[in-house]
Design a protein around this ligand. Structure first.
Ligand code: FAD
Length: 592
C-alpha cells in the first residue's frame, strides 16, 4: 500500500535499446495516450512503446485532488505558455496551461467528467461517420468509466476510470446560493447532466474523477496502474523524453510515405544533443495534445507548405489544416467578495482551517481537500433567455440534449476563489467567489505555428478569441446572465461585494470588460481536425484518425475534434482514445 508501493516501471530515452522495434509507438502519455497505451497493450502479442515528455508524478500531494491542481505548489507537473497578444483582447496575452507528465492534463485539471451528447450528433451532421452519440460513442464512454454515483444503465460500472459526485456542494455557501439563483430564473436542475435525457440547459452537480480513497483519479492512475504495467512485459513506458519528429519513409510502388518510426531525445534541454530512434512496424499514433500534436506533425514535414518552408523543413506532405483551426473556450471571470469562510482563501487565514481540513481529509476522506475547486455548474443556451435573463418554460423539443441546436453556448462555472493571473493578488487575503463565464460554441479560431525548427522551442499560440463577429454578443449575454445571478443571490440575502465586474451593464461597458478580462479555460482542440482534406477548413485526419496522405500514422487526442465540444474536454479525449484503440485493433486483426 502507498507509500510503500514499488516505483512505477518507466525507463528513460537512453535506456531504450538502439534501433528498438515496436508494433505501435504512442507519442504523448497524456489523457488520450495513457488510455490508448493501456488498450493496445491488453494484447500480449503486440509490443507498445509510450513516449512522454514529462515525469512520473505520484507523490501524496499529486493524489490530493485540490492540492494537485495548484500551480504554485512546487513539483506540480505543468508548463505555462503565454499566447500571442490577443487582437480582440486589447493586445494582452492569455496563459495556456498544460499538464506535462504521465497523465497529461489530468494531473492538474479539475477532474470534471462531462461527456457532451449533442456535440457528437453535430459531428455526425458534419459528415463524420461513426462519431454520433447514441449508437456510436455512448458505449465507449461507458466502457472507460466506473461511475460510483450515477445509477443509469448508460453509465459505465466496470471501467477502469472512476468518477463520482459529491453531494456536499454546500461546503461552499455560494455554490448552493447560485443554484438557488439559477432556479429562480427558471433554469432546471439535472441530477445527471451526462444523461441524454437531461435538459440541455440546466444546473448540475458535476461528476468528478476521484477514486474510492478520495484520490485524484488521473488517467495515469486509472489506465496505467503500477501493478498492471508491471505485468505487461509488452509495454515500454519512456518518460522525460521528447519526441522530435516522425520518420516518414517512402514505400516502394506507392505514392504515400509510411510512418516508419519516431525520433526522440532527453526532454532536459541540456542533454538535447543526444538523439534516439525507435522503429514502428505497424503504426505511430500521436497523442501529444492540441498544442503539441500539430507541432510534431510540422516538425516531421506534415503541415502547411509555406510555413514549413519558412523554417527550412523539407515538406513530406502539404497539409494546410495542421495547426490552423485552434478552438478553445474563452472565459470571462466575474469576481465578488464574500465571507472568508465561503472561499478557498480560508486556507490563507491561519493554521487552524488548514489543520481541520487536512485531518478531515486524511481521517474521513472529506472536506475541501477531497474535491477540486468546482462542484456545480450552469449550462445555458442563451437564445432561450429573455431580455431579463430569465428562462421562459422550455418545450420538450428545446430541452432535447441529443439535438445539436440545443447545445448550450454559455457555461457559468462557480469557483470559490479568485481567478487573478498574477502570482500574488490583493484578493489572496479576502473571501472571493468567482463566476467563470465560459463561451462554449465559438466560431472564432486561432492557430498553432512553429517559432523554430528546434523541437524544444514551444510553438506560438494564437487563441483567436472574438475574431468572428458573431461571438461577442453571445459572450456579452453570458456576462449579463452572470450579473443577474449575482443580483438574485444578493436579493436572497447573500452578502456579495463587487471585485471585478463591468462598470455598468450597458453593451459598451460589458464588451469593454470582456476584452479587458477574457482568458483561456484550457480547452484547446481542433488543431488536427478530423475532416476531409478538401473541407472548407481542411482536415488532417480521416474518420478513423489516419493522417491524410501518410500510411501508418494516426492522431488521437483533443486536436482531432472536428469542432470544439460544448462541455469540458477530458472525457471526450478519453473517448477518442477508446475509439482509436478499436480502429487500430480492427485494422491489424487484433479484435478479440
Ligand atoms: C488546468 C486545467 C484544468 C482543466 N480542467 C478540466 C476539467 O475539470 N474537466 C475537463 O473535462 N477538462 C479539463 N481540462 C481540459 C482537459 O483536461 C484537456 O483538454 C484534456 O485532458 C487534454 O487531453 P489530451 O490527451 O488532448 O492532451 P494532454 O492530456 O495534454 O496530453 C498530451 C501529453 O503529450 C505530452 N507531450 C507533448 N509533447 C510531447 C512530445 N514532443 N514528446 C512526448 N510527449 C509530449 C504532454 O507532456 C502530455 O502529457 C483542463 C485542462 C487544464 C490544463
Amino acid at each position: 500500500m502507498w507509500p510503500f508501493t514499488s516505483p512505477f516501471p518507466a525507463v528513460h530515452a537512453r535506456e531504450v535499446p538502439k534501433n528498438a522495434v515496436f508494433d505501435f509507438i504512442i507519442v504523448g502519455g497524456g489523457t488520450a495516450g495513457c488510455c490508448l497505451a493501456s488498450r493496445l497493450s491488453e494484447d500480449p502479442k503486440v509490443t507498445v512503446l509510450l513516449l512522454e515528455r514529462g515525469r512520473v508524478v505520484d507523490d501524496w500531494q499529486a493524489r490530493v485532488p485540490l492540492l494537485a491542481s495548484n500551480p504554485s505548489r512546487p513539483g506540480t507537473p505543468h508548463v505555462f505558455l503565454p499566447s500571442l497578444p490577443m487582437k480582440e483582447g486589447n493586445g494582452r496575452a492569455t496563459t495556456a496551461w498544460l499538464g506535462e507528465g504521465l497523465g497529461g492534463a489530468t494531473l492538474i485539471n479539475s477532474l470534471l467528467y462531462t461527456r457532451g451528447i449533442s456535440d457528437y450528433n453535430r459531428w455526425k451532421e458534419m459528415g463524420r461517420t461513426g462519431w454520433g452519440y447514441d449508437t456510436e460513442l455512448e458505449s465507449y464512454f461507458a466502457k472507460s468509466e466506473n461511475s460510483l454515483s450515477q445509477p443509469a444503465s448508460f453509465r459505465g460500472k466496470k471501467g477502469l476510470w472512476i468518477n463520482q459526485t459529491f453531494p456536499e456542494e454546500s461546503v461552499f455557501e455560494p455554490y448552493r446560493r447560485i443554484n438557488e439563483a439559477a432556479s429562480s430564473l427558471g433554469i432546471p436542475y439535472s441530477s445527471d447532466m451526462n444523461s441524454p435525457d437531461s435538459p440541455a440547459t440546466c444546473t448540475a452537480l458535476m461528476d468528478i474523477a476521484i477514486d474510492r480513497n478520495k484520490h485524484r483519479h488521473s488517467v495515469f492512475k486509472a489506465f496505467l496502474d503500477t501493478a498492471n504495467v508491471r505485468r505487461r512485459k509488452n509495454l515500454t513506458i519512456c518518460v522525460e523524453t521528447i519526441v522530435t519528429g516522425i520518420k516518414c519513409a517512402p514505400v516502394e510502388g506507392s505514392a504515400r510515405p509510411k510512418a516508419a518510426g519516431v525520433y526522440f531525445g532527453d526532454a532536459q534541454t541540456k542533454k538535447k544533443s543526444e538523439k534516439f530512434f525507435a522503429r514502428a512496424t505497424r503504426e505511430v499514433i500521436i497523442c501529444a495534445g492540441a498544442i503539441s500534436s500539430p507541432q510534431i506533425l510540422m516538425l516531421s514535414g506534415l503541415g502547411p507548405k509555406n510555413h514549413l518552408e519558412s523554417h527550412a523543413i523539407p515538406v513530406v506532405k502539404d497539409l494546410p489544416g495542421v495547426g490552423s483551426y485552434l478552438k478553445d473556450h474563452l472565459g470571462v471571470p466575474l469576481m465578488f467578495e464574500v465571507p472568508i469562510k465561503d472561499s478557498l482563501n480560508v486556507f490563507r487565514h491561519g493554521i487552524l482551517p488548514v489543520l481541520r481540513h487536512v485531518l478531515k481529509y486524511f481521517i474521513f476522506g472529506t472536506g475541501l481537500l477531497s474535491v477540486t475547486s468546482m462542484r456545480t455548474t450552469i449550462f445555458v443556451r442563451t437564445a432561450l433567455l429573455d431580455e431579463t435573463m430569465e428562462l421562459p418554460s422550455m418545450t420538450p423539443a428545446e430541452q432535447d440534449a441529443r439535438n445539436p441546436q440545443n447545445a448550450p453556448d454559455i457555461e457559468i462555472q462557480p469557483i470559490a476563489t479568485h481567478l487573478s493571473n498574477n502570482e500574488t493578488s490583493p484578493m489572496d487575503d479576502i473571501g472571493v467567489f468567482s463566476m467563470l463565464v465560459t463561451f462554449l460554441r465559438p466560431k472564432s479560431f486561432g492557430s498553432i505555428r512553429l517559432t523554430s525548427a528546434d523541437p524544444h522551442t514551444r510553438p506560438a499560440i494564437d487563441v483567436g478569441f472574438l475574431t468572428q463577429a458573431d461571438d461577442l454578443p453571445i459572450v456579452s449575454k453570458g456576462v449579463r446572465l452572470g450579473l443577474r445571478l449575482a443580483q438574485q443571490m444578493r436579493a436572497r440575502g447573500y452578502p456579495m461585494g463587487d471585485l471585478s465586474v463591468p462598470k455598468a451593464e450597458d453593451a459598451a461597458s460589458v464588451d469593454a470588460f470582456i476584452r479587458e478580462t477574457m482568458r483561456t479555460t484550457y480547452h484547446y482542440t481542433s488543431t488536427c481536425r478530423m475532416a476531409p482534406e478538401d473541407d472548407a477548413q481542411p482536415g488532417v485526419v480521416d474518420d478513423e484518425l489516419r493522417v491524410h496522405g501518410v500510411d501508418g500514422l494516426r492522431v488521437a487526442d483533443c486536436s482531432i475534434f472536428p469542432d470544439i465540444v460544448s462541455v469540458h474536454t477530458m472525457a471526450p479525449a478519453v473517448v477518442v482514445a477508446e475509439k482509436c484503440a478499436d480502429f487500430v485493433k480492427k485494422a491489424h486483426g487484433l479484435m478479440q
